[in-house]
Design a protein around this ligand. Structure first.
Ligand code: IDP
Ligand code: MG
Length: 173
C-alpha cells in the first residue's frame, strides 16, 4: 500500500496566486484548461539504503536511479543503527508483531543514510521507491525490481514534509 502523502501537489487551485507563486507554478499534463496545477518546490527528503541493499551490492544501482531521475545527493554517510534510534524512526510500527524483526533486520548490517534534494523530491522518491507491500510494488520501481519481501525491502524514504524534516534531523543532526 502506498502511504505517501500528497503534500507539495495541489489540484484545482483557482485563487489569484502571487506573482512569485505563479512563477513557480507549472501546468500539469492533466489540465488543458489549467484546472489542475502542480506546485514545483525544491525539497529535501531522507533516504536510507537498508542493510540488504548494501549486502547485495545494489547501492550504486539505486543511487544511479535517483540521480537519473534528476535528484541530487546533498549528504550521505554509512551508519550502523541501534534499537533506540529504530524505536524513534519506526515509532508508528512499535506495536506491530513484526517490529522485533524490523529491528533485527535494520541492525544486521550498515545502512547508507542520505539527504536527497530536488523538485518535489519527497513524493517523487516515494514513487521511484514503489509501494510498501512487495506484492503491490510495480516493476520499474526500486522495490518492484529488487525485493520479493515487504520486510526486506531495500530502501526507506520520508512519507511527508514533516517526516522528512524530523528524519533529516534524527540522522544528520
Ligand atoms: P514505508 O517503508 O513504505 O514507509 P512503513 O509502513 O513506514 O512503510 O513501514 C516501514 C518498514 O517496516 C517497511 O519498509 C518494511 O521494511 C517494514 N514493514 C512494514 N509493514 C510490514 C509488514 O506487514 N510485515 C513486515 N515488515 C513490514
Ligand atoms: Mg514509512
Amino acid at each position: 500500500m502506498e502511504r505517501g502523502s500528497r503534500h507539495g501537489i495541489s489540484r484545482g487551485r483557482s485563487d489569484a496566486a502571487s506573482a512569485e507563486t505563479a512563477k513557480n507554478r507549472k501546468r500539469s499534463n492533466g489540465g488543458s484548461r489549467g484546472e489542475r496545477t502542480t506546485i514545483m518546490a525544491t525539497e529535501r527528503t531522507y533516504i536510507m539504503l537498508k542493510p540488504d541493499c548494501i549486502r547485495r551490492g545494489l547501492a550504486g544501482e539505486v543511487i544511479a536511479r535517483i540521480e537519473r531521475k534528476g535528484y541530487r545527493l546533498a549528504d550521505a554517510k554509512m551508519m550502523t543503527l541501534d534499537e533506540p534510534i529504530l524505536r524513534e524512526h519506526y515509532a508508528h510500527l512499535k506495536d506491530e508483531p513484526f517490529f522485533p524483526d524490523i529491528v533485527e533486520y535494520m541492525t544486521s548490517g550498515p545502512v547508507l543514510a542520505m539527504i536527497v534534494e530536488g523538485e518535489n523530491a519527497i513524493r517523487g522518491m516515494r514513487i521511484l521507491m514503489g509501494a510498501t507491500r512487495f506484492e503491490d510494488a510495480e516493476a520499474g520501481t526500486i522495490r518492484g525490481d529488487f525485493a520479493a519481501s515487504t520486510r526486506y525491502n531495500l530502501i526507506h524514504g520520508s512519507d511527508s514534509p514533516e517526516s522528512a524534516e524530523a528524519e533529516i534531523r534524527r540522522f544528520f543532526g
